[in-house]
Design a protein around this ligand. Sequence first.
Ligand code: FES
Length: 199
Amino acid sequence: MSDEGIDSKRRNFLIGATSVVGSVGVVGVAIPFVGSWNPSARALAAGAPIKVDISKLEPGDIVGPIPAWRDKPIFVVKRTDAMLAALNDKKSRLADPDSLEEQQPTYARNDSRSLRPDVLVLVGICTHLGCSPKFKPEVIPQDFDSEWMGGFYCPCHGSKFDMAGRVYSGVPAPSNMEVPPYYYEGDSVLVIGVDKGAV
Ligand code: FES
C-alpha cells in the first residue's frame, strides 16, 4: 500500500521550513500559530501553551518540530485515511500497542493515540536518548525495515515508531513517543500544553 495522495514536496516544505529555525522567536514565520496568541520565548520554555491553526493542513502533512510545551519539540501530523486504516495491521510488531504505559493523557489511550483520529500530536523526541525521529510516512521497503508500515524512524540508534508514535519491539527506545496534553478550540485551533480532558 502507498500513500499516493501525499504531496511530498508540500510535506517536506513544512518540515524544512521549520526544522532549520533555531529560535522560538522566529518560528512563527513557518508554523501556523494563531496570530493573536503570541507567548514569549521564555513563557514557551516554561510550558506556556501554544495555539496552532491546523485548518490548512492537508492529509499527509506534518508540522514540526514546533518548539513548545516545556521546551520540547512537538509534531502535528494530519493522517490520511490509509494511515488510519493501517494502524492495527501489524500490532504484533509493537512493544506497547495498547498504550498501557503512561506516555499519553487518558483521552489519547486509544488506537490512534489522539483526540481526533486524523490529527496526531506528539512530543517529537525519541524515547531512547532524545534524538528527533524522522517522519517516514511512505509504506514502502526501507533500508532499515523491509516491511516498513510508515511512521517515524530515529537514525541515531535505529528506533522505529508507527504512525501513532508507538514503538516497535526490539529497538533501543523503551516506550512509545509521548503525547502532550492538548485540546481543540473549535475545529481548527489546536491548543498544546493544556489538559482539559476529552473536550
Ligand atoms: S536516540 Fe533514538 S534510537 Fe537512540
